[in-house]
Design a protein. Structure first.
Lengths: 511, 713
């Protein structure tokens, strides 16, 4: 028994609709042209419906057949330690392939796209549920003999082809299959569907793989999970007075966030409103101990406060939807070609509460208290589609946006300012005794978001948690416990986990 | 039109004798059927043999040329019963389905078929849906073979062996007057390989001849005393005949090796996996030359005692590689050796796990354990390959450290699926009226049992959603709900669920999802498909059928209209009417719709015609990142991205370019009073002159009215 040549083994993990089957077909055609015996299998089934599908191929050179012409026995599934090439068409699938043991440092070339196609659990989280992409990079670097990773979805998009062709190109570029470029090209031509765009996308995929191998293309991992949003640079879209004030009164590390926040609030309301923001932040900054190093409480409060002060009322929504430049942004978003026209309709469904909140405070409160008034208002709460690319629809929203100058008189504004003051007061009163707890209270703003019921649920969670915060001050684990409550509030949208967490906390307190 | 068209591939069914066939396993099976002179073919779709049905449907013209009758059966029971043609006539018949679910459905007919016996070869091609990628409960087909005494082939998973198994299966069936099952695992069904073809054969005895010269004998009828005689015939004649054929024709294969005092027995379907394990251990080469003797069971039922005794003779131990449980083969082998007083030890479930798929890693670990126990691990042999380093490492542990927190990627409804608004409506109605008892069914709608919908507490079988809710018929403040798909409805749900509910005055609500296809199995046509199909009669309305069995309360809704859907759901749950309430939820399968519509639209655009393309979008500045919309939708095109505003940390909802503009985002936003972030964009391709004038005028006025641009810099 001679130490015969082994088959080359290749496993592809692709998502439904990415064309893993197409890549497999191309590989089969190319292999035959290159004089290889090829066996391909797949496990589709229900996984085709948005799940991940595994394709597996083995190649064996005809030239390595013995004199008797006996064909090799090829395996039907990838086995740990026995895979030469692993292709993952999405970044989390890299993690899955590693966890299945298919990527091993002694032999596996890992070819992967760094883009993310988020799973349902990541998408439906109440906050940021995204998996940590850096973890996967660390795993891939450790597990693979060679890693070739780049954003295949993005370059497919740019080339006007499909990701399947980019993947095929990357496999060719990786140089792991001993075939000529012509073999790959012929496979695409022979399959006969969308040949030209596929050849173009193949080429960019191949070039990107070559660049990645040569070190000319760094593996860029999308920010997600524990990664923070990009740091805010100093905003230039800000009135000179505000800019100078920020530069003069606040430490350098806060200036980026503050200038951005001030710009946001100037846009949202006016410069005076932005000044109010800076005053509020200054009060928190005064509580920082000079020796502490970083002004964490101020940073967190400032960011949260800016978002809270720019609460999304009807006026804000109308303002965003009638901005100059929005039609052009939408054209880009929906990929309208030159010469094509785009019509836009907005889906709005104001509730009685939103309508009343936009009225002058006294009137709004009265209307909310009156069943009759509410009944009349409910005639205006049907779900509507407002055509903002028509003059009437646009003008309507523009008028609503124009109510901005009266915003300070509205019920919503007054309610929010009262709530903000109480929250800031609580932060200030807790900060001296329990700095970490104060930071956690400042973070709680993130619970209050959305519109309608979502907003009310968030506010309920916020209120319940903040009511408990006072009692936690000064205890050794206060901040930790408050953080746990906040995470519980974000665990589901029924409040069940938060209820359990609060009950647990009260129980432990009473023992 | 099924999800995948084989119109091009089926041309290889016409290949001349001696030509090289290159293609997928199921296509090879079809070719093998034609080479065997099959007279009729039927079956029911389901992975992994859905494509076999698709191939047959696409090959109908070729089948007709050869005088072969093909039918897309109403259920597996129908398909199995079709084999009755081989009971009295020398006609070869083949049927196919997904096993074990389809075999369960077909059991009644199969038992009677096996009892009566056949004179024409009867072959049942089974897609064994076991292990990775399976979508059903994990059981073995083997037990069916044993209980009815039908023979079970499990050939080596390469095209020449599979093709040969089809041909020999017919012969075995005729030699032993017994139906034969041919089992193919998931990967074997999809394996791409090649084989040398023979010429197609017309059936030597045709169905027309049978109809012209009807034949019957009472001893084929399932009534006493024939049934007693049939049972005896199975044992006294058919079984010995089968054993003789299998031995004489050497259906099972022996791969001897000189020295070894151990051997490995395996199901044919696992041969490649076992061989790769031996190769990695340095005990075989890639061409199948093994240092360990192998006994490959291409027929796993009946087993041949003499072959086992012969193989075990003189060996210290044999390992039986038998996937699934219970370990039927191992039990039988123990009996054979005991009866022959052979003292060879038997290992099987022990080194190998009792349950679960026998993957490469599992078999490698088991074979290694067995061989090292008997001193056959080649410590001193030069490793054949670098990965043989694994010999000293525990195989079960992946070499690399696992990556923490890799999220699962469960199956879900496709982009624009018409079932999404239905389940979103159910979720919203449940919020209002309280949680409901929901009995789920098999089909795409079973994905509603997964996040984000989490609807449905049990699945009892295809078309059995309503039957699964039959108990919940008590006076109560909230009625019970059950789901059913149109595929399951025609398969058996009309009688087992709806007819039953009428007869027993069930007061529940059944939702029948009418998407126009057997969508989950790949979009095959069903009796209510709304198209003209050559040779079949579709357009049979579900509503007519349910009224026909006596349902009085029927409502038809368009699922995309969530307002209507919710109001009908509430009406059904709250009406004073006592008796079954049927809601027919209409919405064409989006996958099939796109396949139908997208090329037509491309053609119109190419021809310069005006086309309006719709899709949805989200204003990132308005979305606050709570993702309520995702929790009511789960659409693949409704995703998330990093918020463009650095002040915000939570990702913002985002509609990607795969959006087909089904409208559900807008409906959900309204129905659940979510948020005003959503907009619908209509892109007018090839606008008319009037479009352009109007647009220019509006844009000019809007520019005048516009607010300042966003200032974030």
């Amino acid at each position: 028994m001679a130490a015969a040549q082994r088959p080359i083994t290749l496993s592809i993990a692709a998502l439904g609709g990415q064309g893993g089957g197409v890549v497999t077909d191309w590989l089969v055609l190319a292999a035959r042209r290159a004089g290889y015996i090829v066996q391909a299998t797949s496990v589709p089934g229900v996984a085709q419906r948005t799940g991940a599908t595994i394709y597996y191929l083995e190649f064996f050179a005809q030239s390595a057949l013995g004199a008797d012409g006996r064909e090799p026995i090829l395996a039907l599934m990838p086995s740990p330690g026995d895979v030469d090439i692993v292709v993952a068409s999405e970044w989390v699938e890299v993690g899955r392939a590693i966890n299945r043991g298919l990527v091993t440092p002694d032999r596996t070339t890992l070819i992967a796209s760094t883009h993310r196609d988020y799973t349902i659990s990541e998408k439906m989280a109440l906050g940021d549920g995204r998996a940590n992409s850096q973890n996967i990079l660390a795993g891939a670097t450790a597990a693979a003999a060679r890693l070739i990773a780049f954003d295949m979805a993005a370059i497919a998009e740019k080339s006007g082809g499909r990701i399947s062709a980019v993947i095929f190109g990357a496999i060719a570029g990786a140089g792991v299959l001993p075939w000529t470029l012509e073999h790959f090209h012929e496979a695409i031509r022979e399959s006969g569907i969308g040949v030209e765009p596929s050849l173009a996308a193949f080429e960019v995929g191949r070039q990107a793989a070559l660049a990645a191998i040569g070190g000319g293309l760094a593996t860029v991992i999308p920010a997600a999970g524990e990664a923070q949003s990009p740091a805010a640079p100093f905003s230039t879209a800000l009135a000179a007075a505000l800019r100078q004030r920020i530069a003069a009164q606040f430490p350098a590390e806060l200036q980026g966030v503050l200038s951005r926040a001030a710009a946001r609030l100037s846009d949202y309301q006016d410069a005076a409103y932005a000044s109010l923001f800076l005053e509020r932040v200054a009060q928190i900054l005064a509580l920082e101990t000079p020796g502490r190093g970083s002004a964490q409480l101020t940073a967190v409060t400032a960011r949260s406060l800016a978002l809270w002060m720019s609460f999304e009322d009807v006026i804000r929504v109308a303002q965003v939807k009638t901005r100059a430049g929005r039609p052009e942004q939408i054209r880009q978003e929906v990929r309208a070609n030159p010469g094509e026209l785009v019509r836009v309709s907005e889906f709005v469904k104001p509730r009685v509460e939103e309508i009343c909140a936009t009225l002058p405070a006294g009137l709004g409160r009265f209307m909310l208290g009156s069943t009759r008034a509410k009944r009349i208002l409910s005639c205006f709460t049907a779900g509507r589609q407002i055509p903002t690319s028509r003059i009437g629809g646009f003008a309507l929203l523009r008028c609503i946006a124009g109510l901005r100058r009266f915003r300070r008189a509205t019920l919503r504004f007054q309610t929010e300012q009262e709530r903000i003051e109480l929250w800031l007061q609580q932060i200030r009163s807790v900060a001296a005794a329990d700095y970490a707890l104060a930071v956690e209270i400042a973070e709680c703003q993130n619970l209050v978001k959305g519109y309608g019921d979502t907003h009310e649920r968030g506010w309920r969670s916020f209120s319940e948690i903040c009511a408990l915060a006072a009692g936690l001050a000064g205890t050794s684990k206060g901040a930790q416990q408050l953080r746990a409550l906040r995470e519980a509030a974000l665990a589901d949208d029924t409040g069940a986990r938060l209820g359990q967490a609060i009950a647990g906390l009260k129980l432990s307190a009473s023992v | 039109m099924a999800e995948r068209s084989f119109a091009k591939e089926v041309q290889s069914l016409r290949l001349e004798a001696g030509a090289l066939f290159e293609g997928e396993g199921i296509l090879a099976v079809t070719k093998a059927l034609l080479q065997s002179g099959v007279g009729y073919v039927g079956g029911y779709q389901g992975a992994p043999v859905s494509h076999l049905m698709d191939v047959l449907a696409d090959a109908n013209d070729i089948l007709a040329e050869l005088g072969v009758r093909f039918e897309s059966s109403a259920s597996e029971a129908t398909a199995a019963a079709m084999l009755a043609a081989s009971v009295n006539y020398p006609i070869r018949g083949a049927v196919t389905w997904k096993s074990t679910v389809g075999t369960n459905v077909a059991s009644d007919a199969l038992s009677n078929l096996a009892s009566a016996g056949v004179i024409g070869g009867a072959l049942i091609v089974l897609g064994e849906d076991y292990g990775e990628g399976a979508s059903i409960m994990q059981e073995r087909t083997h037990a069916f073979a044993m209980k009815s005494q039908m023979w079970l082939l499990d050939p080596r998973p390469n095209l020449p062996c599979i093709v040969q198994a089809v041909e020999q299966g017919f012969e075995l069936s005729e030699a032993s007057n017994t139906p034969v099952m041919l089992m193919m695992r998931i990967r074997a069904c999809h394996v791409v390989g090649r084989f040398k073809v023979k010429a197609n054969r017309r059936p030597p005895f045709t169905l027309q001849q049978a109809m012209d010269h009807p034949s019957r004998t009472f001893d084929k009828i399932i009534l006493p005393p024939s049934t007693y005689a049939q049972e005896r015939a199975k044992i006294e004649h058919r079984w010995p005949a089968a054993v003789k054929y299998i031995r004489d024709r050497q259906l099972n294969e022996f791969f001897p090796a000189d020295s070894a005092d151990v051997g490995i027995v395996m199901q044919g379907g696992l041969y490649n996996t076992v061989l790769r394990s031996l190769e990695r251990l340095g005990l075989a080469d890639v061409f199948g030359n093994s240092k360990i003797p192998l006994y490959v069971l291409n027929v796993t039922y009946p087993l041949i005692p003499e072959e086992f005794v012969q193989f075990a003779h003189g060996k210290r131990a044999i390992l039986i590689v038998e996937e699934g449980q219970p370990e039927f083969i191992e039990q039988a082998a123990s009996l054979f050796l005991r009866q022959a007083d052979v003292q060879t030890r038997i290992a099987g479930k022990g080194p190998l796990p009792l349950a679960g798929e026998y993957t490469g890693a599992v078999v490698l670990a088991g074979v290694r354990k067995f061989l090292s126990e008997y001193g056959h691990l080649p410590e001193q042999t030069k490793p054949l390959l670098p990965a043989a380093a694994l010999m000293s490492a525990p195989v079960a542990t992946p070499v690399a450290t696992p990556v923490a927190n890799v999220p699962m990627r469960p199956s879900g409804l496709c982009t624009g699926c018409p079932e999404r608004p239905l389940f979103a409506s159910m979720k919203l109605v449940a919020r209002e009226l309280g949680p409901m008892q929901v009995s789920a069914d098999i089909g795409c709608h079973s994905f509603a049992t997964l996040p984000p919908f989490d609807i449905g507490g049990s699945i009892m079988g295809y078309g059995l959603g309503a039957a699964g809710g039959a108990s919940f018929n008590m006076p109560n403040k909230r009625r019970a709900l059950s789901m059913m798909g149109d595929g399951g409805f025609w398969h058996n749900g009309l009688t087992s669920g709806i007819g039953n509910a009428v007869f027993n005055r069930h007061d529940g609500v059944t939702i029948i999802v009418d998407n126009g296809y057997s969508a989950a199995t790949g979009g095959q046509y069903i009796p209510s498909s709304t198209v003209e199909i050559k040779g079949r009669r579709a357009k049979n309305r579900i509503e007519t059928a349910v009224r026909g069995v006596g349902v009085e309360w029927v409502r038809t809704i368009r699922t995309y209209d969530m307002k209507q859907t919710m109001s009908v759901l509430k009406e059904a749950l709250q009406t004073q009417f006592i008796g079954p309430k049927i809601i027919i939820a209409e919405g064409e399968c989006q996958l099939n719709r796109q396949r139908r519509v997208a090329p037509a639209i491309r053609k119109m655009i190419g021809a310069g015609k005006r086309v309006v393309r719709e899709r949805f979008g989200i204003d990132a500045d308005i979305c606050t990142g709570d993702h309520s919309c995702v929790r009511l939708s789960g659409c693949p095109s409704l995703t998330i991205k990093t918020h463009p505003d650095p002040l915000r940390r939570d990702p913002v909802a985002h509609v990607d370019n795969s959006c087909v503009g089904c409208g559900v985002c807008g409906e959900v936003a309204h129905a659940a009073v979510l948020c005003p972030s959503f907009y619908r964009a209509e892109v007018i391709v090839n606008p008319t002159a009037w479009d352009r004038i109007l647009h220019r005028f509006r844009a000019a006025v809007i520019r005048l009215l516009s607010g300042p641009p966003a200032k974030e810099a």
